[in-house]
Design a protein around this ligand. Structure first.
Ligand code: NAP
Ligand code: MG
Length: 477
């Protein structure tokens, strides 16, 4: 139908250096875990990629002991300027192995190669570079004199940005002198285990970083371990609440980065073509598997029709398919489970009376895919306006006045991010002040920088990652 025909431009999967087996990383070595091995699949084809050894509860204890020993004997004693050298080395190794990491991430997660290549992997390296710079300057971070590390950090991450979430967790922990036991998500363990190889290449002292693949129960035993001083969790609000209950009454420090249902607010004076690009990026980036996705579009009534028309045209040009094809805009949904969650919520939108439009793009027969979908006539009470869908599905609501926009934007149990599109600077500042969201973007969306703190309000969690504020989560100040 389009003017342009695209020839396939697949990246070679050989670059991923995929191995048939991967193993947990404890005390600087790959070891046989005592858990039941898991098979990780390529969600775009449903083929098994590799078998991954997992940790058992006793392996968690071994890893925590290794992390404690490394903390006490080596890492906490090392001058910040020396720790920084390791972080710089890791950052450079991530750059050196960036193509391999990008292809592996796209295979294991299903995200388009152009995103893993241009966003996930470079931003992961940037987090190590940024935090390397802080390691010997903690006295000047504005957190008081002589801030001290906490000890052993237990870190649990989700599947939507596997390597990037690892970097958000490990870089600040190491820069501030803590050691780490990290559990990647069950469906995306591979890049974390290549990161473990990078730790070996960087000659990071054994035990400073430990990586334990496994299911939720392994996450839970990290949380419950008596010799862990800090828990950093990114994932669903339900599991976050569970962890908060488990940590209550202990001396463990906790940060939670949970879900979101961000409002992306478009005023009638906004540059509409740019806004449409921002709306598309806000909800269709990474198949909508983004905690800060702009999943609720609030558009001023006077331009609603025009925006919808432009939006549908633009969305119908998005290319869905093989994540390794460099032309692909939308890859695979990470798992069958997530796909059925998306389908369930979309059905609730139909039943509750919203109007569904789906891009006419071809959808591959194998693998987990979901065509970009836009709901209009959405009411605030509907599940698709309240619950996180975590997929390529946008809910569109309208408003008449700025006050109404603020009320609707804030009508959510979450509070992670928000977007504002208007030409008026004063309105941007006024809105940003009223919106209860940790990050507010103006005339852009989904921009990330290691220097900018990220985190939520309300059910989106607490604590910040990134920037000077993010250091505090790993320090006694
Ligand atoms: P999830 O089920 O909460 O899983 C997150 C991680 O926690 C996974 O590694 C998971 O292991 C583990 N886990 C499961 N049960 C656990 C327990 N009882 N104790 C300790 N750990 C446990 O979330 P998800 O479905 O993977 O990820 C999607 C959610 O994450 C979305 O709601 C999204 O908004 C949120 N998210 C938030 C941010 C943020 O920065 N705020 C960023 C990304 C994602 P398994 O892999 O084995 O299940
Ligand atoms: Mg996988």
């Amino acid at each position: 139908m389009g003017i342009f025909e695209y020839a396939p431009a697949p990246e070679s999967r050989d670059i991923a250096n995929l191995k048939p087996n991967y193993r947990p990383f404890i005390n600087g070595e790959f070891v046989d875990g005592n858990g039941e091995p898991l098979k990780t699949i390529n969600p775009a084809t449903e083929e098994v990629l590799a078998e991954v050894g997992t940790a058992s509860v006793s392996d968690v204890d071994t890893a925590v002991k290794a992390a404690r020993k490394a903390y006490t004997n080596v890492w906490s004693k090392m001058p910040g300027s020396e720790r920084a050298k390791y972080l710089f080395r890791i950052a450079r190794l991530i750059q050196e192995r960036s193509r391999e990491l990008a292809v592996l991430e796209s295979l294991d997660n299903g995200k388009p190669i152009k995103e893993s290549r241009d966003s996930d992997v470079p931003t992961a390296a940037a987090h190590f570079f940024y935090h390397a710079g802080w390691a010997d300057k903690l006295d000047y971070a504005g957190l008081g004199p002589n801030p001290q590390p906490l000890g052993v950090a237990g870190q649990i991450i989700p599947w939507n940005f596997p390597l990037l979430m690892l970097a958000w967790k490990i870089a600040p922990a190491l820069a501030t002198g803590n050691t780490v036991v990290l559990k990647p998500a069950e469906t995306t363990p591979l890049t974390a285990l290549v990161f473990a190889e990078i730790c070996q290449q960087a000659e990071l002292p054994p035990g400073v970083v430990n990586i334990l693949p496994g299911a939720g129960d392994i996450g839970q035993s990290i949380v419950e371990h008596g010799d862990v001083n800090k828990i950093a969790f990114t994932g669903s609000t339900d599991v976050g609440k569970l962890i908060q209950r488990q940590v209550a009454g202990t001396s463990k420090k906790l940060t939670l980065e949970l879900g979101g249902k961000a409002a992306n607010v478009v005023f009638d004076d906004a540059p509409l073509d740019q806004a449409v690009e921002g709306i598309v990026n806000g909800i269709f980036f990474n198949q909508g598997h983004v905690c800060c996705a702009g999943s609720r579009l609030l558009v001023q009534e006077s331009v609603a029709e025009e925006v919808m028309e432009k939006l549908k045209y633009r969305v119908s040009t998005l290319r869905l398919g093989d994540p390794l094809d460099k032309n692909t805009d939308i890859g695979a949904i990470n798992s069958a489970e997530q796909l059925s969650k998306i389908k369930g919520l979309v059905e609730s939108g139909d039943t509750e009376g919203a109007h569904r439009w789906t891009s006419p793009c071809p959808v591959p027969e194998r693998g987990f895919f979901f065509a970009p979908t836009v709901f209009s006539d959405v009411q605030q009470s509907m599940r698709i306006a309240r619950e996180e869908i975590f997929g390529p599905v946008l809910s569109v609501l309208t408003f008449r006045t700025p006050d109404e926009a603020v009320t609707k934007a804030n009508n959510t149990p979450y509070g992670l991010s928000a977007g504002i599109w208007t030409e008026k600077g004063s309105r941007i500042l006024w809105m940003a002040n009223q919106l209860r969201a940790g990050v507010v973007w103006a005339n852009t969306f989904n921009r990330f920088d290691p220097a900018a703190p990220f985190g939520g309000y309300q059910e989106s969690g607490f604590g910040r990652e990134g920037g000077r504020t993010g250091l505090e989560a790993y320090l006694n100040v």
